[in-house]
Each structure stands twice: as C-alpha cells, then as structure tokens.
Design a protein around this ligand. Sequence first.
Ligand SMILES: Nc1ncnc2c1ncn2[C@@H]1O[C@H](COP(=O)(O)OP(=O)(O)OP(=O)(O)O)[C@@H](O)[C@H]1O
Ligand SMILES: [Mg+2]
Ligand SMILES: [Zn+2]
Length: 263
Amino acid sequence: MKSVKESIKKDLKRFGIESSKNEECPICKYGRRITVTVNGIETSHCKYCDDKKLVQELNIATTESEKRLQTLRSKAKYFSRIPEDLKDVKLNDYVTESDEQTRAKQMAIGFITGFDKEKSFVMSGDPGIGKSHIAVAIAKALSNDYSVLFLKSADILGLIRDSYNGSSHTEQDVFDICQQVDLLVLDDIGAEYDKSSSDDESWASDILFRILDSRLGKSTVVTTNYSESQLENKFGMNGKRIVSRMQDTAEKIRIQGNDWRKK
Ligand SMILES: Nc1ncnc2c1ncn2[C@@H]1O[C@H](COP(=O)(O)OP(=O)(O)OP(=O)(O)O)[C@@H](O)[C@H]1O
Ligand SMILES: [Mg+2]
Ligand SMILES: [Zn+2]
C-alpha cells in the first residue's frame, strides 16, 4: 500500500505542483513556511508573516507604542511641508562634484543608517547646492519607520501665525508636534523673516529658540545659507542660544559647490 505522503505527492503533481516543502519559517522562526514550485516558479508563504504584512498594509496598529507612532506619523504628515519641486528626490540622485558634497552625501547615509533619534545634522552653504535635496531625502528615508516632520523655518512661523487667525490648529499644537517627532527637519533657518520689521525678528527668534530648546536630546536636521556667526547676529538676543541648541549633538558640514539651479 502507498504511503499517505506518496499519494499526496501524486495528487500535487496532478495540479501542476512539482514540489513542496514545509519547514520552520526562517524569517519569523515561529510559523511554518510552505514552499511550492509550480511551472518552475517557487513561491513561499508563512501564514504568520503574511498576516503581519497584511496588518502593516492595512495600517492596523497592534501595540500601544505602534498606535502612538501611527498617530504621531499622521500628525507629522499633516503638518509637513515638503517643497513641491523636491517631492521625488532621493539621495541616489544627489550628484557629487566636490569633496564636501561627497562627504555630505556620506554623512547623510550615515545619519540614516545609524539613526538613533538623538544625533543631529547641520548643513550650511550657498543656495542651490542641494542642502534641501539631502534634507528631504533623509526625511523620506526615515518616515516609514519614524515620525518625521519637515518644515522650512518660515513654515513654522506661518503655521503659528495661522493659529492666531482661526486655523484648525492651535499654537500649542505646532510646538507639540515639533517637540514630539522622532526627527524634525528644519529647512532654511535664517531665511524666515524680513529684516525690515524688528518686532517680527524677536518674535521669530523666540519661537525658533523655543522649538530648538524643546528638542534638546532629540534628532534635528537643519539647513541654512548662513554661518554660525551670521545666524548668531541674525537672531539677536536669542542668537547664541539658538546656534548652541542647533548644534547640540550635531554633525556639521559646510557644503561648497555650484548652484544647481543655474545649470
Ligand atoms: N548635487 C546635486 N545633485 C542633484 N541635484 C541637485 C544637486 N544640488 C541641487 N540639486 C537640485 O537643484 C535644486 C535646488 O537644490 P536645493 O533646493 O536642495 O538647494 P539648497 O542648497 O537647499 O538651496 P537654498 O539654500 O537656496 O535653499 C533641486 O531641484 C535639487 O534637487
Ligand atoms: Mg534649501
Ligand atoms: Zn514566518
């Protein structure tokens, strides 16, 4: 008499299944992984892994900490303002024409792969050399696994101004999200206000100070056209304190290169 195993094998053959394997899943090391070969094409499934993938795809949070992360990520997404022209940029597209650009790219890769929610990264340099390009690429690379907020510093002031004018968010909401995210990308610091109004200047620098102060010990990526001493000057009374917080646990690079916008 044929063994059950053999007769099943024969049945499988009739359905075009050339071979099958049932083993402990090497990915989760928990479920059983079934591998079948049909027409020379091998496919593997583990019910446990498949369910996990489905939960991820449907965005169903399972644990409390996952739920918190998801809420924070949706909030960050709501407030983020990635410039339209940089929406699709990737670190791979960043062309390096100078030693600093090569270093900046390497530092960005290091920042992403070693992301620890604590270290910061400051890029300074002339317009059009790709600082925001790199900053957006970093934000996008980390936003699948972390809560990431991307704002130009002028956008932060804009959001706060909106909160005085009947927007659906409050000033506190803006401070909260800036403080809570795993990574805040603060693009173009120093370009946020018009020098002509000195009132605006101290208001703006108070806000930026509060935000950077609230992020001590947390990861922030900053880009700017200005040098440290120029920023210190720009932010008046808060200058030194802003620059010092901006650089807390930060790797810094001043990038030289050609203005890509003039190409
Ligand atoms: N090295 C580069 N390789 C590929 N694209 C680049 C590079 N540098 C800049 N770009 C592109 O040029 C445009 C301007 O770059 P980006 O906005 O990043 O400049 P920036 O340094 O932030 O300038 P600014 O100081 O004016 O904000 C973007 O479309 C960007 O993708
Ligand atoms: Mg920029
Ligand atoms: Zn599995």
